[in-house]
Design a protein around this ligand. Structure first.
Ligand code: SOE
Length: 393
């Protein structure tokens, strides 16, 4: 755990819905389990609605509130700004924060357009020259089984990578009665399933393989074009009324891809896979072995070692809860398992550790920009009848 004599790191969080709650939990929890070089102080929570942000700050453990994010950037007790707002505000807030000399953690996808992401990556590079750090929140990188998968690939246990199969399957808007929310509006979210959850599997497959995508051929579909407008909001969605609004994003994205090393890839991101709740399924086949992961069984990694004698070879089910596994030693006795929230806690740990060491954390805004270029290529390909579309390096 982090001792009280460590210098403090004042945090200002913008946004207090689903991601705001997940990040608040992480900022509170990380110093209790990990020895961090800096001690996070939950200085201020920002949101536009005074009553709602006051209630959220009390519930989530923040010392004070602001109703204008610009005020957060002016405060001397804030050294890091955590951006948990919808995508249309990421660029403005993150760039202003970096220019004010604040470290920035920004939720994914980095931005709504490539142009915004480029401006953010440029601002991050300028700030880094002055020791100001930035990171984009691809939190699933911090699941121990994903970290182990990356290690196995890096150790050559899979050999040459030939196939990457990735799905992110949810079903929370399969019912047409689920009301409109910002995630279904293009001007707020940038895209639909593609940017919200497809971005995660693009990042994860590139992270695990250590390679990047060079091109894609894609299809996008919107199954439910009109939905009730909400009369109340919830973490995802809320309750719908009688008036309706237009869904302006994709409900599902499917694309083929090719990796720098030559591997062929398939991607599927949908919120219409009934019965699949948060199924991030990744399978990688190489010349020496294979691995398979499903977030719905997130403490497990399946590994096939193709160098074993055929008579005894088979997928082994590795329960990724040993102290030797990434992040696990800080938690419970071996075998007890972690959950969704731990990825966010590990994200804070890696960010604060990098800041303490004076290093640039990953994934960087440049990494976020590269994922944005993939999302953009998917949209351009889909608009051109699935034409093969190269991803600019
Ligand atoms: C909703 O689809 C959502 O909360 C995403 O926005 C998150 O990135 C993902 O972690 C879980 O699903």
């Amino acid at each position: 755990m982090t001792t009280p004599d460590r210098p403090s790191l004042g945090v200002g969080l913008i946004g207090y819905a689903f991601m705001g709650a997940a990040h608040s939990h992480a900022w509170r929890t990380a110093p209790h389990f990990f020895d961090l070089p800096l001690r996070p102080e939950l200085a201020v929570l920002a949101g536009r609605n005074r009553a709602a942000v006051t209630e959220a700050a009390a519930r989530l453990g923040w010392a004070s509130t602001e109703t204008d994010w610009r005020r957060v950037l002016e405060r001397d007790d804030v050294e890091l700004v955590d951006v948990c707002t919808p995508g249309d505000t990421h660029a403005e807030i993150a760039i202003a924060a970096l220019e004010a000399g604040k470290h920035v953690l920004c939720e994914k996808p980095l931005a709504n357009t490539v142009a915004e992401a480029e401006a953010m990556a440029e601002a991050a590079a300028r700030a880094a020259a002055n020791g100001v750090r930035s990171m984009v929140g691809f939190t699933y990188r911090r699941v121990p089984a994903i970290g182990l998968a990356r290690q196995l690939v890096a150790q050559g246990r899979l050999g040459e990578i030939r196939h990457v199969r990735a799905q992110y399957l949810q079903d929370w808007i399969a019912d047409p009665a689920v009301p409109m929310s910002w995630r279904l509006e293009k001007d707020k979210a940038g895209s639909g399933a593609l940017g919200d959850i497809g971005a995660h599997i693009v990042d994860l497959t590139q992270y695990i393989t250590g390679q990047t995508l060079t091109g894609v051929s894609a299809m996008l579909e919107t199954f439910v074009a009109e939905r009730p407008l909400p009369t109340s909001t919830g973490k995802l969605g809320g309750v719908g009324g009688t008036e309706t609004g237009q869904v302006t994003v994709d409900d599902a994205a499917i694309f083929l891809g090719r990796f720098t090393g030559g591997a062929l890839a398939t991607f599927e991101a949908t919120r219409f896979a009934l019965g699949r709740k948060n199924a991030i399924r990744i399978e990688v086949n190489g010349s020496a072995g294979s691995l398979a992961f499903d977030f719905e069984d997130m403490n497990v990694l399946h590994f096939f070692d193709g160098t074993e004698p055929a008579a005894v070879a088979g997928f082994r089910r590795i329960i990724v809860t040993e102290p030797e596994h990434p992040y696990v030693a800080a938690w419970w006795p071996a075998g007890h398992g972690l959950g969704y929230e731990h990825g966010f806690t590990h994200q804070v740990v890696d960010l604060v550790t990098a800041i303490g060491k004076g290093e640039d954390p990953t994934p960087s805004f440049a990494d976020g920009l590269q994922v944005q270029r993939v999302l953009d290529a998917v949209e351009r390909s889909a608009a051109a009848n699935s034409t093969w579309t190269e991803i600019p390096a």
